[in-house]
Write a protein that binds this ligand. Sequence first.
Ligand code: SAM
Length: 291
Amino acid sequence: MNSPITNELFEKYFSEVYGGRWPKLRDALAQKEKQVLRENLFIDKTDHLGLEDCDFLMHCFWKPEGFSLQKNDDGHYNYYVLDPASVIVARALEAKPDEKILDMCAAPGGKSLVIAEHMLSGELISNEMSDSRRERLLRVFHEYIPRDQRLFVSVKGLDGNQYGLRMPGEFDRVLADVPCSGERHLLENPKEFAMWTKKRTQHLAVRQYSLLSSAWLAVKEGGRIVYSTCSISPEENDEVVAKLVKKRKVKILRPDWLEVFDFLEKTEHGYQILPDRTGFGPMYFSVIEKS
Ligand SMILES: C[S@@+](CC[C@H](N)C(=O)[O-])C[C@H]1O[C@@H](n2cnc3c(N)ncnc32)[C@H](O)[C@@H]1O
């Protein structure tokens, strides 16, 4: 049997961040995450026979081991599989009908689907820069939303940094679910894990701040940005938002309805969902108003 790959720099960095909690958190990151089946609300009602309700999220059921997705007679899937934390992040945007909304880094598209369900009308731009991932995003829309119900959704392939320059102040809301270290994914990938250094998180933080600044420019005054990552590194999370707080006019929001999720851990500028407490995540998000 191969001995597991270790990375001392990684262990040291996160031991310093999480202290005594780190061994348990690291263990939880290496376990298989709990996922939910989110009901596809764009198609006729599905019979949820035998599925266990996810008690804190409407229209979500815990995904049983070995569950396979079914298409209905019209070729649309009845559920989308995702991390429950992703549903909370998408809901934190509080998208409404008739608004103009940007999902800046959208593929594969789980959060865009939740946003689209809340809109049903208006304009949703689901943007993804990578060609292959944009293909996947398009496929998701086709497989989940009947054609006549997705006329308000368009898929674009710009670098997210362009929106602030090309469409300043045009959006009611922007989701910036930015590329990040994704330490859970990293632990599944021995080669990448072995190469991890602190620089990786610092490089990403620079790209993330640039995308968040673009989101700030693209949203109108009084509009909302949700900034999110699936990283556990504070440099990619609160510290990115702290930079925006320092340089731009913003207000950090704490929506009341988020209080029902007792597993949310408040951070200086947002919330964190960590798998040692929940079995899902990790996820960080901050709800920001442009003032
Ligand atoms: C965390 S993933 C998004 C997950 C997605 N929001 C979801 O819920 O399914 C980040 C995405 O951003 C894309 N990306 C990376 N750099 C980008 C950029 N500069 N502009 C737009 N998208 C970018 C990546 O290809 C990746 O698909």
